[in-house]
Design a protein around this ligand. Structure first.
Ligand code: FES
Length: 89
């Protein structure tokens, strides 16, 4: 987890047991690696949250509040490239 900042992009991963075991355990590591490799640690902060009751469509991630469902680890890099294209160099 990273320090808070008002102008940062916020990625929130559901860490409830369903989302966690179905992919967010791996997604958390992949997101951290992506941010490190692209020097985005200062522009993006990550958080975990508890189950939001949307388990069936998980693994769930929010990017600046926008819910993205069914985020399999195989698609996380493309999702981040798409959602973070404004801050990628
Ligand atoms: S565990 Fe993620 S919505 Fe329930």
């Amino acid at each position: 987890m990273k320090a808070s900042g008002s102008d940062k992009i916020v990625i929130t991963l559901c860490m409830g047991s369903s989302c966690f075991s179905r992919g967010n355990n791996v997604n958390a590591e992949l997101i951290d690696r992506f941010l490190r490799e692209n020097n985005l640690d200062a522009a993006v902060e990550t958080h975990g949250c508890l189950c939001e009751g949307k388990c069936k469509a998980g693994p769930n991630i929010r990017i600046n509040g926008e819910l993205v469902q069914g985020v399999e680890p195989g698609m996380i890099t493309d999702l981040l490239k798409h959602k973070l294209c404004g801050v990628l160099r």
